[in-house]
Design a binder for this molecule. Structure first.
Ligand SMILES: Nc1ncnc2c1ncn2[C@@H]1O[C@H](COP(=O)(O)OP(=O)(O)OP(=O)(O)O)[C@@H](O)[C@H]1O
Length: 243
């Protein structure tokens, strides 16, 4: 494994030490050791079933590894403020704005600040007109923007995105990519999983390439796409079928 990152000069953010995840006798993630730096955007790539979503869920704290450990460097080992955007947005049976204020309440934001923060986030993502519509009747693209607005309102230090554009048309994809760039501009650390090589080139600083539950290559994005170091990554970049 090449654990070289684009932003390797910046301080470490998260270290995974021999993280393994087993389920019903199957090893789905095996001995993953890596360090993510505190700046930039990491793109997680690899074939279907490689364990990309599992890895992100473990990093986000939704799943616990069977063995191994995670260490967040800046926050004394504890996870920093973080949010996750999924392929299919998870919306509560409430209005768009209530989905945002609810997330702020869960985070512990003072009730006086919730509505102003929610309105600002909805406006930023072009959702002011649908603020009082039930979130679940919004279009797929609008729901994904709402998921991003909800994440934006939380001011996360780290944002995980699990294939956020795979069900969207080009205009909606552009809106999501612009949002990811905006998060990056305000210093949010991006960790995103995508199958779209062009998108990875547009958004990624470093690439984490997984195959069959292992990290095969971790490299800065330019090197990964121009001169991958491993056979599997080369085949993947050439568009060959890798599994
Ligand atoms: N919560 C879970 N508990 C147990 N097994 C899981 C869980 N989530 C995923 N898996 C299994 O782990 C393997 C890897 O799944 P994962 O969703 O991480 O792959 P992926 O690389 O994201 O694939 P894709 O590109 O198809 O989304 C699959 O065999 C899946 O069935």
């Amino acid at each position: 494994m090449n654990d070289m990152h684009a932003a390797s000069t910046s301080a470490p953010l998260l270290t995974l030490d021999k993280v393994t995840f087993r389920h019903r006798g199957q090893t789905l993630l095996q001995n993953i050791s890596l360090t993510l730096s505190s700046q930039g955007s990491t793109i997680v790539m690899g074939p279907n079933g490689a364990g990309k979503s599992l890895l992100m869920r473990i990093c986000h704290g939704l799943l616990t590894p069977t063995s191994g450990r995670l260490h967040w460097h800046d926050t004394g080992g504890r996870p920093p403020r973080q949010a996750m955007v999924f392929q299919r947005p998870v919306m509560l049976r409430r209005s768009a704005i209530a989905n945002v204020t609810y997330a702020l309440a869960v985070q512990g934001t003072c009730w006086r600040d919730r509505k102003p923060l929610a309105r600002e986030a909805l406006e930023r993502f072009g959702l002011t007109d649908v603020a009082h519509r039930p979130a679940r009747v919004l279009s797929g693209g609008e729901q994904q923007r709402l998921a991003l607005a909800r994440a934006w309102a939380l001011r996360p230090a780290v944002l995980f995105l699990d294939e956020p554009t795979s069900a969207l048309d080009p205009a909606a994809i552009k809106a999501v990519e612009d949002a990811v760039t905006d998060f990056g501009r305000v210093g949010t650390r991006i960790i995103m999983n995508t199958h779209d090589i062009s998108q990875a080139k547009r958004l990624g600083d470093d690439v984490l390439f997984l195959c069959q539950g292992r990290v095969v290559e971790h490299n800065n994005a330019e090197s990964f796409f121009l001169a991958p170091r491993t056979r599997d990554a080369s085949a993947f970049v050439r568009g060959e079928l890798v599994w």
